[in-house]
Ligand binder design. Structure first.
Ligand code: FAD
Length: 524
């Protein structure tokens, strides 16, 4: 049943077994999974069924780092969360992603691939990307394509699958949510506070506000925060200010180790003309989904050569957007050929100077008709850095809650490992006659600044760890030193791999549901 907090509707019950805050992919999956256990669930979301400025502007930060994107709009504050504008690209984490690596400080989940892997197929059903696996060899056979990396040591073609159109989690799953009698869905319900018991070990209720400032409380046996990678940390920090950092923040780690997947575009591939690049350069539509190939290292190579994981799809240079410099060059050429000078001539001149290397490259390509040049997009696994963080500012939102601040940069250590990993790719591709990779190391400063893109994958701010000195939640996503407060979503990721996070965070929600069911003795 769907209730609207703005209409002050009374629900049949205000006492629940499970209160889930946030109805994005993480919260929706958890609610549906738990319904079969006969649990009385309340799933509350700050947004409506449609986008509203009133809700969205509550995502506005007080401050964000210079080269990070605006966190007001890089997520959506409505039922279904950011799945309302995601691309639905899914792949699985690899076994190495969960391991502790001595060359990656703060790495190592307290769980392994074997703990998450069994839930991927069910997660793919929620994401509507089908149960037909991510096995590269099978996809090449099925699509009758040759895998160019088949004999390349240390590298494999990874497979991504995206549903067509992308799965909007609320739209797709709402009929189930509304029809299940033990799920109460409440929209326009903003969490603003929690109340803990005397020794602050247990949450007894959570307070919500609608947009008319009418407040109400929900009592539950368990509470799960599922508000996305930034908001989970922000609200937990706010609750910790009231409770003396006893809600999982005794070591001041809430909000720390914020990670994204930076997109570098730091290499160009001159592939051999006779080489069929298979699924690496072609996206194939199969039924209701797109199959996307990308280069990646194998588990063995990452561990043996102490590398970082990269996701490397290949794009023909001609299919890419022009750079500012090339665009300005065209504007100048056009104006001068008409005996004129363009408006903003200074801006155009500056752009051409700044992008002189790209202009050179494109002129040479045109002159020599080099069609085989491709860009390799590197979606980078970012190291978990202590100083990359979501913190609280001093400005307050309409509910009197502190806004968040975003502190994020791509460190020199991230670059060092990215270059190492690219060098390993370059030598393997060359040795196996696939092509020549030109690594643009000299480009580092620009890649670190205005040419750095991120993927809107917000991870790591309530990280999973063995103990409270290293993280915020335990291996069952329970906030350390609490009895009934949990976190769902990519904020629990200890490290982020290069893989888009949603399939894995949905798998973790299913795993959390299984944990709750096992506690209840109803796991079948
Ligand atoms: C443009 C874009 C493209 C993307 N593409 C991909 C992709 O291809 N593949 C991939 O894996 N991932 C992708 N992502 C990331 C993906 O969208 C997220 O990983 C996913 O949505 C996270 O799910 P979630 O449920 O944890 O959080 P969210 O989707 O952020 O949902 C959080 C929910 O909490 C609610 N909420 C927030 N604050 C409060 C509050 N105070 N009280 C109550 N409720 C609250 C929100 O309204 C929202 O419904 C993309 C993201 C963007 C922005």
């Amino acid at each position: 049943m769907l209730y609207d907090a703005n209409k002050g509707q009374q629900f049949a019950d205000t006492k629940f077994d499970l209160c889930i805050v946030g109805a994005g992919p993480a919260g929706i999956t958890l609610a549906i999974e738990m319904a079969s256990a006969g649990t009385r669930i309340c799933l509350l979301d700050a947004g409506d069924e449609h986008y509203s400025i009133e809700s969205q502007e509550l995502y506005k930060p007080q401050y964000k780092a210079e080269f990070y994107e605006d966190t007001t709009f890089n997520r959506l504050r409505m039922l279904g969360g950011s799945s309302n504008h995601w691309e639905n690209n899914t792949s699985e984490f690899m076994p190495n992603d969960f391991l502790k690596k001595d060359w990656i400080p703060n790495s190592g989940w307290p769980i392994s691939y074997e703990d998450v892997g069994p839930f991927y197929i069910r997660a793919a059903i929620y994401c509507q990307t089908d149960t037909d696996e991510y096995d590269s060899q099978k996809w090449h056979e099925r699509l009758n394509r040759t895998d160019p990396l088949i004999n390349v040591e240390g590298m494999i073609t990874g497979i991504g699958k995206a549903s067509l159109p992308p799965t909007r989690f609320y739209d797709v799953h709402k009929s189930k949510l509304h029809s299940l009698r033990n799920i109460t869905v409440v929209k326009n319900a903003n969490i603003i506070d929690v109340t803990a018991n005397m020794d602050i070990s247990k949450i007894t209720s959570a307070t919500f506000s609608n947009y008319k400032n009418v407040r109400f409380e929900i009592d539950a046996s368990k509470f799960v925060l599922a508000m996305g990678g930034i908001e989970n940390a922000r609200m937990l920090l706010i609750f910790n200010e009231k409770y003396d950092n006893k809600l999982g923040n005794s070591n001041q780690l809430v909000g720390r180790y914020f990670m994204d997947h930076p997109l570098l575009r730091a290499a160009k591939l001159y592939s051999n003309t006779d080489k069929d690049m298979g699924l690496l350069t072609e996206q194939k539509v199969v039924g209701r989904k797109v199959i996307l190939g990308f280069m990646q290292h194998t588990d063995e190579s990452i561990l043996a050569n102490k590398l970082i994981n990269l996701r490397m799809p290949i794009f023909k240079a001609s299919s890419l957007q022009l750079s500012d410099g090339i665009e300005s060059m065209h504007v100048l050429k056009e104006a001068i050929s008409q005996g004129d000078l363009p408006e903003n001539i200074l801006k155009h001149l500056l752009n051409t100077i700044k992008d002189a290397d790209e202009i050179n490259e494109s002129i040479i390509r045109k002159l020599f008709n080099t069609k085989v040049l491709s860009y390799v997009d590197e979606f980078e696994e970012q190291l978990p850095h202590f100083d990359n963080r979501i913190a609280l500012g001093y400005e307050k939102d309409r509910f009197g809650l502190k806004k968040h601040t975003v502190h994020w940069r791509f460190h020199d250590e991230d670059f060092a490992l990215a270059w190492e990993s690219l060098k390993s790719v370059a030598s393997q591709l060359a040795m196996n006659n696939v092509g020549r990779l030109r690594i643009m190391e000299e480009f580092q400063q620009r890649l670190q600044n205005e040419k750095l893109y991120v993927s809107h994958h917000h991870m790591g701010t309530t990280r999973m760890a063995e103990n409270a000195t290293e993280g915020v939640v335990d291996s069952n996503c329970k906030v350390f030193n609490t009895a009934n407060l949990y976190v769902a979503g990519s904020s629990v990721f200890t490290t982020g791999s290069h893989v888009p996070p949603t399939l894995t965070l949905v798998a973790l929600s299913i795993r959390l549901a299984n944990h709750f069911k096992a506690e209840k003795g109803v796991l079948t």
